[in-house]
Design a protein around this ligand. Structure first.
Ligand SMILES: CCCCCCCCCCCCC/C=C/[C@@H](O)[C@H](CO[C@@H]1O[C@H](CO)[C@@H](O)[C@H](O)[C@H]1O)NC(=O)CCCCCCCCCCCCCCCCC
Length: 494
């Protein structure tokens, strides 16, 4: 089994071939495409378990057979995916309106095939990790446990979060560059933080000259003692292809270079075990310890967003409002929490029917309540806009905007401002003045009792922030598409 290739027939959706190169060729025909799919997943899993055992047993001695087998499996699932996509396109185009039953049949297997493809990819990552050395201690490798590919790295110190299937940002937007970004070796030259994130100058004094509340007079002394040594620009893109250009000035500590000439932050790792130890050095951040987080959100097969996970992920943001600890944010926090409460109250009236946000809104549309200011539809509209603001603000921080009022104004213009009258815009102006300096703000994204400054923290923070932005972006795009599809958007100003 471990040496045979599995191939799907190019036109016969019930046929699969088992080929032992140079020896035997089995032609197998299932009774239906679904049954063939089940055979493919079962055979693929059987091969994977054989390969995985071998890989585990012989870490560092990966035989060419295993690599060849994995490649053929990847090719198999790619072919299968292409076939299924073709079936969906055919079903969608062959009649107007499309035959829903044919579309359901054609799409029913997509999710299982994607999962199996990702599992195989995960095996390839495991094989690659077991056989290659890497240079940087902060490689963003996806979770090594089978079968989940998550964007969140296991927090051995705090939680070993395992989502049960592909987390949202892989299932809906698993782009090769996204996976490579999350599993790419993040070398020091790609570290996305600027020198002022690590600078020694004390910026805790009021930015706008106004007195700061005690929470803002954090010691911004970083523990970095070395001068800055290099600038570099790195072009990066998140899941939706938006390019996030970041200005990077990287702190490389020349004095702590180890024997092979690599600085301590460029330690060479000899084996997968050492890599796992390196994960232990992962510094927890606000994003990696949110529970739940949008990064754990799992879409339904119809793209439905589960209500409780969504509201839980929104609620996980609220403690950060408290960290900002200024009366200026009180109306913001109240409004944000008010919408969480409204949506939850609606959900509790019929949890089984309102399993997804979309179901809840469609039910309101059916009873013609969607335009009421007290409706779940309006509450979700404003929640979506608020999340858009947060996502845009974080993207500004991620790309290196040094001035938080600039970051806030840019993100406000792209999200909430079009729907605010002058009074509410005044509330925004007051809130912006209460913002701390960048390095203080970034330190607030640390976890109590753990590092919240220095290059290790910043590297982990930027990586977690990137993953969070990507996952949040997916949710916002789904909601925007849904509101546009059902003409639920409104340009009214409050
Ligand atoms: C970077 C910090 C900048 C802070 C400024 C944020 C933007 C504030 C904008 C001013 C909001 C004023 C308060 C609320 C106004 C409401 O009138 C308005 C409309 O409310 C809706 O009215 C409906 C009836 O018409 C009603 O049905 C509905 O329920 C109700 O919501 N609401 C809004 O405009 C939404 C404002 C919420 C904005 C939330 C932004 C959260 C900013 C948090 C700080 C930044 C954190 C980023 C980092 C996070 C890291 C994990």
């Amino acid at each position: 089994m471990s040496v045979c290739d599995i191939s799907v027939h190019s036109t016969d959706r019930c046929r699969l071939d088992l080929i032992i190169p140079g020896e035997q060729h089995f032609y197998i025909r299932a009774s239906s495409p679904q049954e063939r799919q089940q055979w493919l997943v079962a055979l693929g899993t059987a091969k994977a378990s054989l390969t995985t055992n071998k890989t585990t047993e012989q870490a560092g001695e990966i035989s060419p057979d295993i690599v060849r087998t994995k490649k053929s499996e990847l090719r198999l699932y790619c072919d299968l995916l292409m076939q299924q996509v073709h079936s969906v396109k055919t079903a969608a185009n062959e009649s107007t309106p499309p035959d829903v039953q044919k579309l359901d049949d054609a799409t029913a297997l997509l999710s299982a095939t994607c999962d199996t493809f990702i599992n195989t990819l995960e095996d390839c990552m495991r094989i690659a990790n077991a056989s290659i050395k890497y240079e940087s201690p902060h490689r963003n490798q996806s979770d090594p446990s089978f079968p989940v590919v998550t964007l969140k790295q296991p927090q051995k110190k705090h939680t070993n979060r395992m989502s049960k299937s592909l987390s949202l940002s892989e299932k809906v937007h698993t782009f090769p560059e996204r996976l490579s970004a999350s599993s790419r070796t993040r070398s020091a030259s790609e570290t996305s933080f600027s020198n002022s994130d690590l600078s020694e100058t004390d910026q805790s004094s009021p930015r706008s000259g106004q007195p700061r509340s005690p929470s803002h007079t954090e010691d911004s002394k970083s523990n970095q003692s070395q001068p800055l040594t290099q600038n570099s620009n790195v072009q990066n893109s998140n899941a939706n292809g938006n390019s996030l250009e970041r200005t990077n000035r990287v702190q490389i500590d020349q004095n702590s270079a180890n024997s092979d000439g690599h600085s301590s932050s460029m330690k060479r790792v000899q084996s997968e075990e050492e890599f796992k130890d390196a994960i232990d050095d992962k510094v927890p951040t606000f994003f990696s310890t949110m529970n739940p987080s949008f990064m754990d959100l799992q879409l339904g097969t119809d793209g439905g967003i589960p209500v409780e996970m969504f509201l839980g992920s929104c609620k996980s943001l609220v403690p950060f409002f408290d960290k900002l600890n200024s009366k200026a944010f009180a109306p913001v926090k109240m409004d944000f929490q008010g919408n969480i409460r409204k949506l939850h109250q609606k959900f509790t009236t019929n949890p089984s029917t309102y399993s997804t946000l979309q179901n809840m809104i469609i039910a309101e549309m059916n009873s013609n309540q969607q335009h009421l200011s007290s409706s779940a539809t309006v509450a979700l509209l404003w929640m979506k806009r608020s999340l858009e603001f947060i996502k845009e603000f974080l993207a500004e921080m991620y790309k290196g905007e040094q001035d938080l009022s600039t970051a806030a104004s840019n993100s406000y213009s792209r999200s909430l401002k079009p729907f605010h009258g002058w009074v509410v815009r005044g509330v925004f102006a007051v809130a912006v003045k209460a913002l701390p300096y960048r390095n203080v703000f970034l330190s607030m994204l640390g976890v109590e009792g753990d590092e919240s400054e220095g290059s290790d923290f910043m590297q982990c923070l930027m990586s977690d922030m990137e993953n969070y932005i990507t996952a949040l972006d997916v949710v916002i795009k789904i909601l925007n598409d849904f509101y546009r599809l059902h003409s639920l958007e409104s340009n009214d100003q409050i």
